[in-house]
Design a protein around this ligand. Structure first.
Ligand code: PLP
Length: 559
């Protein structure tokens, strides 16, 4: 059975891509946000381009949760159990990882992501939920980012130690191990053991992508917990490479990788300042063009730019598409979103009304409520030319601040009733993301700088001719040309100004540009608006896609 399942994918050397979350389809809900959808897009591009890659992740069988919102926007979390058996095959191989002195058996489910080009990327979902393990060990692979420090350390041990051992057990030959964020850093410790502490050899094998632009965001574990949980590793190895006080997973990966990168140019600058003495490169994120392009636009691109899905650079020639068809396709996609939203939330969105979209994890730094900082102003803008908005996003179950944001948006929506229609869609996931990024007119992004390492949803919007209106952080610093590809909210990061001045400027830009630049163009100068939409496709989507991203990983990090 095993040879059948692995037939065709065992040949040759592979890039082993490790990620705690992977967002492949809505039926496999093992993702929480951007990190997972990025991993999914990387896998899709590798399959399309036949890049020899195998992905390794955890099965997270009982989650990520389904979001339920009550009449006040209070979030509760429903279990989101799914059945791996329907979608993947359990491989017979088994490896062991010692956790708290117990032997935990780890197995792997094989999912084969198949591209229409014939390329295949195998994805291994590691699982500990078997009879031979104790109940607490069975639960290690249940909850993505669940539990406490100890629980997450166990998960990272399964991913890092277990993942490397599983690849060996299955007979994969690995050319590089790519750590997508620090959750999988323990794989480098496993490689040190495997190669008799040959540090140079391990470095040559490892590639590390950091995603966290602030110190507090990096995964750290206390050595007390490590001593109790991890199998006997020489602690001095960990303290040497990962820090004296606590084990910093980012430091561990930095010290044991020959190639390290941030996920946007700005993020690379910030990471280089945070971690002096390391050479950190920049490979700006991208999204999978075909996946995130709505059906109406796919048809248009197929007709006028054949080959675009495998060679998204062709989108630079979007001017070949007639304006009327661009507009018509957009209206079709907008109607789909509006029908969905009106049905799902009993709202009254209208297809002719200018529509803002905002959806991302509900967490404080994303500042989902910034649009509502002056309700009077928002009302008066909407009285001049009508405005409506669609929101979505889940808060992590323990992120009280994030949950409060959702409740606040519900309250603002109530206060604005009759003046500005504001809808909050429940249970943000990849399907809803796809509807939203293709169905609004302008995609809003208001993160607190410099917290947005890259961000990707704005790139998805650009593939659908949707305009970006965003704080200059992450990828948008690279994609932005004022009044051509979209609009900035607040100052450029090179301007050295106080936070309070910056916040004031953000507020000013948000309302002034909506009222005097963006909405007048949308309503009164449709031709110009369509040429802006084409810029979004021809000057953003042609570049900010995961085909370009993976080709760069291949030439700069893997080869
Ligand atoms: C694209 C996507 C994200 C990431 O969006 P950001 O704007 O980068 O935060 C998060 N969740 C889902 C479901 C997505 O599709």
């Amino acid at each position: 059975m095993q040879t059948d399942n692995l037939q065709g994918v065992l040949k040759g050397q592979k890039i082993a891509y490790f990620s705690m979350e992977v967002g492949l389809t809505n039926e496999i809900p093992t993702y929480a946000g951007g990190l997972g959808t990025l991993a999914g897009d990387a896998i899709r591009s590798c399959a399309d381009l036949k890049i020899p890659l195998i992905a390794v992740t955890l099965i997270s069988k009982k989650n990520y949760f389904r979001q339920k919102l009550d009449a006040n926007g209070r979030q509760s979390e429903l279990p989101n159990e799914w059945d791996p058996e329907k979608l993947m095959t359990l491989l017979p191989n088994e490896v062991n990882v010692q956790i708290e002195g117990r032997t935990v058996k780890v197995k792997a489910w094989l999912y084969k992501y198949q591209s229409i080009t014939g390329g295949v990327v195998p994805v291994l979902f590691l699982d500990t939920d078997f009879d031979s393990n104790s109940q607490q060990d069975r639960e290690i692979s249940f909850y993505l980012y669940g539990g406490n420090e100890r629980y997450r350390l166990k998960q990272e041990a399964i991913l890092g130690f277990g993942g490397v051992r599983m690849l060996d057990a299955l007979g994969f030959k690995v050319r590089k191990y790519h750590m997508n964020e620090g959750h999988s850093s323990l794989l480098a410790v496993e490689l040190l053991r495997k190669y008799a502490m040959d540090e140079e050899k391990v470095r040559e094998l490892c590639v590390f992508t950091t995603h966290t632009p602030v110190e507090a965001g990096h995964d750290k574990f206390s050595y007390d917990v490590i001593r109790e949980v991890l199998e006997t590793v020489d602690l001095s190895i960990l303290t040497d490479y990962g820090g004296k006080e606590r084990l910093n997973m980012t430091c561990l990966a930095l010290n044991l990788s020959n190639y390290v990168n941030g996920v946007a140019k700005r993020h690379q600058e910030i990471s280089s300042k945070m971690f002096t003495g390391y050479e950190i490169h920049a490979i700006t994120n991208g999204v999978h063009s075909y996946t995130w392009t709505g059906e109406a636009y796919r048809k248009l691109f197929d007709k006028y730019l054949p080959g675009w899905a495998i060679e998204p650079e062709l989108l630079a020639k979007v001017d070949l598409v007639p304006d009327e068809e661009i507009w018509l396709a957009h209206q079709q996609q907008k109607q789909l979103l509006i029908d969905y939203a009106n049905q799902a939330s009993n709202s009254h969105l209208e297809p002719e009304v200018f529509t803002l979209g905002f959806a991302r994890r509900a967490t404080e730094y994303k500042r989902a409520t910034l649009l509502f900082s002056n309700l009077e102003r928002l009302r008066s803008i909407s009285h001049k030319r009508k405005l409506q908005a669609v929101f979505a996003g889940k808060a992590h179950p323990r992120d009280e601040g994030g949950k409060r944001l959702i409740e606040q948006i519900y309250s603002f929506a109530r206060q604005l009733k009759g003046d500005v229609e504001v809808v909050y869609l429940e249970n943000y996931d990849m399907d809803i993301a796809a509807k939203m990024v293709s169905g609004v007119d302008v995609w809003l992004n208001t993160p607190l700088r410099p917290m947005e390492a890259s961000g990707t949803s704005g790139m998805k919007a650009a593939h659908n001719g949707v305009m970006n209106f965003s704080v200059l952080d992450g990828w948008w610093i690279e994609g932005w040309i004022e009044n051509l590809t979209g609009w900035a909210i607040g100052p450029h990061p090179n301007e050295n100004i106080d936070d309070s001045v910056c916040f004031a400027k953000e507020n000013e830009d948000l309302y002034n540009k909506l009222e005097y630049v963006i909405m007048p163009t949308f309503y009164d100068r449709r031709d110009q608006w369509i040429s802006l939409m084409k810029n979004s496709i021809g000057k953003i989507a042609y570049y900010f896609n995961s085909h370009r991203m993976m080709r760069r990983y291949v030439t700069e990090a893997y080869l």
